[in-house]
Design a protein. Structure first.
Length: 589
C-alpha cells in the first residue's frame, strides 16, 4: 500500500511539475513578445494614410468588452475616436473612405461627417471613393460630402435621391389564418402596434413619418449644399435627376473625379508624400491605444435592444444589445471612479423592457446624485426605452436626423389557437390561478384580462410621461403633447424640448467637459464597463503584441429572401405579453 501511495504521489508531482514548466514557458513567450512590441514602438509607418471601409452596415458602438476573442469591427464611435487620434498624429497625412452601398443612415452620416471635418481642421485631407452610390438613401453621400474630394467609378450608378421608408401590415394574414391580435398602445402614434392590428398605415403614423422624413431630407440637403459649396436648389435639382450615371453626377457638381479605388488610393499616397503607406483605421486605433494618461470622462455605451438581466460573457463570447444589469453596473463603476468628472452615455437603441429601462435610469440618477454630470449622446435611434434612459440627463445631444422620442408603451399578444387547429393541432391548457395563462398564445384575453392589460399600459405610460416632464423640466401637459408614442427627428425633438443641443459625440463630450470642469483640450476617455482580472491582462497583452490574437472571420447571413425576411422580422417584434417601451415600426432615413 505504501509503495502504491508513493507511486501515485510521484505521478501527481510529475504532472504538477510539467504543468508548472508549461506555464512558466508560456509566460516567458508572452513576455518576450510584449518586450518586442515595446521595442518596436507602435509599429506604424512614419507617413501614412488611414483607410475606412464603410460599405457594410456599421454598428454605432462595440458591444460591452466581455470578451477578448470576439471580432473587432469598425463602429461609428470607433471611427469618431480613431479619426480624432489620427488628426493629432503628425505621421497621418490624410484618409480614404470607401462607401456607396447604402449602409449608412443619415444620422450616422452626420456623426461621420462631423468627425471628418474635425480631422480636416487638423490640416489633413480626406478622399471619399465609391464604386457606385447605390440605393436612394442620403446617408452615404452625406458622409462623402464632408471629404475634400469625392471619387466614383466611370459609368457607375448614382442613385441618391431622398429619404423614404415603409412597413408591412400583417392583419390581413392574421385574418386568413384565424389569428387574433390584441395589442394595446399608448398612444395614437405608437405605430409598432399597427403592424399587427391594421391592414394599412394609420393617419397618425403617416403624419409622423412624413414630418420625420421631410425634416431629415431638408437638414441633409442643407448640409450637402454647404459642404459642396452649392445652393440648396442646385442640390435638390441634382438629386431629383437620380438615378443617373457618375458622369451626370459630376456635371451636377455632386462628385469631383471619375476613378477606381486603386487610383483614389494612389492619389492619396502621392498627396501624403514619399514613403507613405495605407493603414486601416481600426488597426491604427489598436496600435496607439493604451496611453498612460488617466481618464477624466467616462464613455458608457448603450447600443441595441434593452433587456433585463446580464450577459455574463466569457473569454469566447461577447455581449449583444443592452443587458440592464451590465449597463447599470458600468454606470455605477464610472460614478465610483474618483478621477472621472463626468459621464457621456452614448445611446443607440429602439428600447425594450420597461423594468430594464427603469433599472438603467435609476443608475443614471444615482451617478448624478454622486456628483457626476451625465450627458447623453444619441446615435441613429434613441426612441421609447432608448429615450427613457436619457430622461434625467443633465444634457441631451442628438444629431438632426436622430430618430428619438416615441414616448409611449406597447403590450399584448397574437393568439394562434384557432390557427393551429386549421393544421390539425389542438392545444389543451391547464392552470392553477385565475390569470396564470393570461399570456399564452393559444387563447385570447378574456374581457377582464384585456381590461387589466390596458390598466397596466395606462399606468406605465403616465409614469413615462411623468419622468419626461420631471427630467426635461416641462409641464406635464407639454410632455403629454409631445409624447403619444410619436417619433421625432432630432431637430424637431430639440424644438419640442426633448433634446438640448443638436450635434454629435464631440458636442456631447464638450458639454460633459464643461459640466465636469475639465479643460476641453484635456479630455481623456475611458470606456465602461472596464475589463478586470484576466480579461484586462489578456487584452493588454493583445494590444501590446504585434499581430495579437488575429481576427476571426465574419459569418454572413444566408437568408436572402426579402419577403420572408421582412415577415419574419416583423413577427420577431411581436410584444412578449408584458408592457414594453419599444419603437420597432420606424423608417430608416
Amino acid at each position: 500500500m505504501i509503495r502504491f501511495l508513493a507511486w501515485v504521489r510521484a505521478i501527481l508531482m510529475s504532472v504538477v511539475n510539467t504543468l508548472a514548466r508549461a506555464a512558466v514557458l508560456l509566460l516567458i513567450v508572452l513576455g518576450v513578445l510584449f518586450v518586442i512590441g515595446l521595442a518596436r514602438g507602435d509599429g506604424l509607418p512614419g507617413t501614412m494614410v488611414v483607410t475606412m471601409d464603410l460599405r457594410e452596415a456599421l454598428p454605432d458602438s462595440a458591444a460591452s468588452p466581455t470578451s477578448v476573442f470576439t471580432p473587432r469591427r469598425l463602429t461609428v464611435m470607433g471611427l469618431v475616436l480613431g479619426l480624432e487620434a489620427a488628426g493629432k498624429d503628425a505621421r497621418v497625412k490624410g484618409a480614404v473612405m470607401q462607401l456607396g452601398n447604402g449602409a449608412i443612415s443619415t444620422a450616422q452620416a452626420q456623426e461621420i461627417a462631423a468627425a471628418v471635418r474635425r480631422f480636416r481642421d487638423q490640416g489633413k485631407f480626406v478622399i471619399a471613393q465609391a464604386t457606385a452610390f447605390r440605393g436612394s438613401g442620403l446617408g452615404d453621400y452625406l458622409a462623402a460630402s464632408a471629404a475634400d474630394e469625392i471619387w466614383i467609378q466611370p459609368k457607375a450608378d448614382f442613385s441618391v435621391s431622398g429619404a423614404g421608408g415603409g412597413s408591412l401590415f400583417l392583419r390581413g394574414l392574421f385574418d386568413k389564418i384565424a389569428a387574433e391580435p390584441q395589442i394595446a398602445k399608448r398612444a395614437e402614434y405608437k405605430s409598432a402596434a399597427d403592424t399587427f392590428m391594421e391592414t394599412k398605415m394609420s393617419d397618425a403614423d403617416r403624419e409622423q413619418q412624413v414630418r420625420l422624413l421631410n425634416t431629415v431630407y431638408d437638414g441633409a440637403v442643407d448640409q450637402m449644399a454647404t459642404a459642396r459649396k452649392l445652393n440648396k436648389a442646385q442640390v435638390i435639382a441634382a438629386l431629383e435627376a437620380s438615378p443617373q450615371f457618375s458622369e451626370d453626377a459630376r456635371s451636377h457638381k455632386l462628385v469631383d473625379r471619375l476613378g477606381y479605388d486603386d487610383e483614389a488610393r494612389s492619389a492619396a499616397l502621392r498627396r501624403a508624400g514619399e514613403g507613405a503607406r495605407t493603414v486601416k483605421l481600426g488597426d491604427y486605433a489598436r496600435e496607439i491605444s493604451g496611453g498612460m494618461r488617466r481618464a477624466n470622462i467616462a464613455l458608457v455605451v448603450a447600443a441595441g435592444e434593452i433587456r433585463d438581466g446580464t450577459d455574463k460573457g466569457s473569454l469566447w463570447s461577447g455581449a449583444t444589445g443592452i443587458a440592464s444589469d451590465d449597463l447599470s453596473a458600468a454606470i455605477r463603476q464610472a460614478a465610483a471612479d474618483k478621477a472621472i468628472k463626468a459621464i457621456v452615455l452614448r445611446v443607440d437603441s429602439p428600447g425594450g423592457s420597461v423594468t430594464a429601462s427603469d433599472q438603467i435610469l435609476h443608475a443614471v440618477k444615482a451617478a448624478q446624485r454622486a456628483g457626476k454630470p451625465v450627458v447623453v449622446s444619441m446615435g441613429s435611434v434613441a426612441a421609447s426605452g432608448g429615450y427613457y434612459i436619457a430622461t434625467s440627463a443633465n444634457r441631451i445631444v442628438a444629431a438632426p436626423a436622430t430618430i428619438t422620442g416615441s414616448i409611449g408603451v406597447l403590450t399584448g399578444k397574437v393568439s394562434v389557437g384557432k390557427s393551429i387547429e386549421k393544421l390539425g393541432v389542438h392545444a389543451e391548457l391547464v392552470g392553477v390561478g385565475k390569470n396564470t395563462l393570461m399570456n399564452t398564445p393559444f387563447q385570447p384575453y378574456t374581457p377582464e384580462q384585456w381590461a387589466n392589460l390596458n390598466r397596466q399600459a395606462d399606468v406605465i405610460y403616465q409614469d413615462f410621461v411623468g419622468k419626461v416632464a420631471a427630467g426635461r423640466k416641462l409641464p406635464v401637459a407639454q410632455a403629454e403633447a409631445v409624447a403619444k408614442g410619436r417619433v421625432w427627428s432630432g431637430a424637431d425633438a430639440r424644438a419640442n424640448g426633448l433634446v438640448d443641443l443638436l450635434g454629435g459625440f464631440w458636442t456631447a463630450a464638450g458639454e460633459a467637459a464643461r459640466l465636469g470642469h475639465v479643460p476641453a483640450g484635456e479630455m481623456v476617455f475611458r470606456t465602461y464597463p472596464a475589463r478586470r482580472g484576466i480579461l484586462a491582462s489578456l487584452a493588454w497583452l493583445r494590444d501590446g503584441m504585434d499581430a495579437g490574437l488575429g481576427s476571426l472571420a465574419r459569418f454572413e447571413s444566408l437568408m436572402d429572401l426579402p419577403a420572408v425576411e421582412a415577415v419574419s422580422g416583423q413577427m420577431s417584434r411581436l410584444p412578449r405579453g408584458g408592457v414594453e417601451l419599444r419603437a420597432t415600426h420606424l423608417p430608416q432615413p
